[in-house]
Design a protein around this ligand. Structure first.
Ligand code: HEM
Length: 103
């Protein structure tokens, strides 16, 4: 959960510093370009949903009284969050990609 919070903070900084906020002033044009659309909207929406699922999941797991309940809630909330994160990462082998390492 802490790593998710840290990633959210880094993401917000990157969003502001990287100039993605300025894309909002011409949103319809931004939506036409797959790469700009991905980093202006898609990446953020999916990651924010994943972040929320991790937080909601954590509180639901803490409230669970039975072990099987803890396990099933963990699998559902953290599983969906992980899936969303994996889908929203700009992997180097994707069309909208970022390299493994910045050298
Ligand atoms: C679990 C959450 C997240 C993960 C795993 C993640 C992962 C990544 C990765 C791997 C990159 C590419 C880094 C690179 O340029 O080499 C990236 C870029 C970026 N992310 Fe995220 N991110 C997350 C959440 C967020 C959130 C919540 C935001 C915004 C609110 C965000 C905004 C950005 C921006 C603006 C970029 C830079 C795009 C660019 O200018 O190249 N990310 N993210």
């Amino acid at each position: 959960m802490i790593s998710c919070d840290l990633q959210l903070l880094i993401g917000i900084v990157l969003y502001v510093v990287g100039g993605w906020v300025s894309e909002w002033s011409h949103m319809s044009q931004a939506m036409e370009n797959a790469s700009i659309r991905f980093f202006t909207v898609e990446h953020e929406v999916m990651m924010l949903i994943a972040w929320a699922l991790v937080h909601i999941g954590w509180s639901r797991v803490k409230k669970a009284t039975e072990n099987h309940q803890k396990l099933s809630r963990s699998v559902i909330f953290f599983g969906i969050a992980l899936l969303l994160i994996l889908l929203a990462v700009p992997w180097p082998f994707r069309e909208i990609a970022r390299p493994w390492l910045r050298t």
